[in-house]
Design a protein around this ligand. Structure first.
Ligand SMILES: *Cc1c(COP(=O)(O)O)cnc(C)c1O
Length: 379
């Protein structure tokens, strides 16, 4: 008997011209963290996002780090961040000595609550400690409520880092995510909607800031005939081989978004009637790439928990996960300040949330099996 292969949450999906671009890199011997694919990938990403400049990097985390450097985050500076996110959204700022203040989710978007943000900004104003940055995260592909969040920050002159690591290909008001903050961040990690195996992009309309970040991403070398440094930098540039993979993947982005949206639509159709189940909303004025199909299960109504479903799927060699554990519940941030929406929404989402296998290469048969097993866990 042959064993069925494991079904992953969000596996890579190659399929276009990746090998052709890799071959081109080999044929021209551009085997370095610079080269024609890197330049072209930056241009193509900037164009797709509708911003003036982009910088290709080794990871999304590296992009957040360079954004923080650009905003001059110093020890003791506060910054605000959605609590419900992956730690990479803010780890670089915390490592620079920045002090996080966490903001709860809005149930309509699962993203940063404008009500909680406004309260946090008011308190900051009253205490005379303006945050160095607000990090907005577009969770699981769903854009934030930009129409309400951005004016709150703009009015007070607080710069926004838009963590669009999970929302490549998503739109808000018809505009690409990654283009809304002072800086936008994409990730091309292996589990994201398009991938370079590992990689990221820093985006901005401010060409000067991107030029400075580019300088810092290659060890901050002064213009001199020898190696001279007036400040400290990083080694964060993307390989030309991987940029080739990224170019081929970007050509497929529309298709990948359509596939992930189909996967989500089929789950909702097939599971939406189950007691206590609600799918992640798609807020008005936005179009999510549906990177991961996510839902909540109210155990009081259903008698089943998210962890029961995860166990049932795991028994059949299928990967699924709870939603991100909020940052205000993390041991490493035990002392951090937290602003709630009303109840503790991000905690509720964590305690009831579930991410189902969502790959753009998930077959109809595989998805049917997942659906059957999830329904089975409710009996
Ligand atoms: C993946 C991810 C990142 C970091 O991207 P890497 O390329 O893995 O460093 C940042 N923020 C969020 C929300 C992510 O999901």
């Amino acid at each position: 008997m042959t064993e069925r292969k494991r079904i992953y949450l969000s596996p890579p999906h190659m399929g276009g011209r990746e090998m052709e671009y890799i071959q081109e890199a080999f044929d021209t011997n551009w085997i370095a963290p610079l080269g024609p694919h890197v330049d072209a990938f930056e241009r193509e990403c900037a164009e797709a996002a509708g911003v003036r400049a982009a910088l290709a990097l080794t990871s999304g985390t590296a992009a957040i780090c360079l954004a923080a450097r650009s905003l001059d985050v110093m020890p003791g500076d506060t910054f605000f961040c959605s609590s419900l996110t992956f730690i990479a959204s803010l780890a670089p700022l915390a490592q620079m000595g920045g002090v996080p203040v966490f903001i709860d989710s809005d149930p309509d978007t699962w993203n940063m609550s404008p009500l909680a943000l406004e309260r946090a900004l008011r308190d900051a104003e009253a205490s005379g400690r303006k945050p160095k940055a607000v990090i907005l995260v577009n969770l699981y592909g769903q854009p934030c409520d930009m129409g309400r969040l951005l004016p709150l920050c703009q009015r007070r002159g607080v710069p926004v880092i838009e963590d669009a690591a999970e929302s490549v290909g998503s739109l808000y008001g018809g505009r690409a995510t990654g283009s809304f903050g002072k800086f936008g961040v994409y990730s091309f990690n292996g589990n994201k909607i398009i991938t370079t195996s590992g990689g990221g992009m820093l985006l901005s309309d401010d060409e000067e800031s991107i030029a400075k970040a580019r300088f810092r991403s290659t060890q901050a070398r002064d213009e001199a005939p020898w190696y001279q440094h007036s400040e400290l930098g990083y080694n964060f540039r993307m390989s030309n081989i991987l940029a080739g993979v990224g170019r081929a993947q970007l050509e497929l982005l529309d298709d990948r978004v359509a596939k992930r949206r189909d996967v989500f639509a089929r789950y909702r159709e097939a599971l939406g009637d189950l007691p206590g189940v609600s799918f992640m909303p798609e807020a008005p004025n936005s179009r999510s790439n549906r990177w991961l199909s996510t839902l909540t299960i109210d155990p009081g109504v259903s008698g089943t928990t998210n962890l029961d479903v995860i166990d049932a799927l795991a028994a059949e060699n299928i990967e699924s996960r709870p939603v991100w554990k909020p940052m205000h519940m993390q041991p490493v941030f035990a002392d951090a300040k937290y602003y709630r929406h009303d109840g503790d929404e991000s905690r509720r989402l964590f305690e009831t949330g579930l991410c189902l296998p969502s790959g753009s290469n998930l077959s109809q048969e595989e998805q049917s099996l997942v659906i059957r097993l999830v329904r089975g866990a409710f009996r």
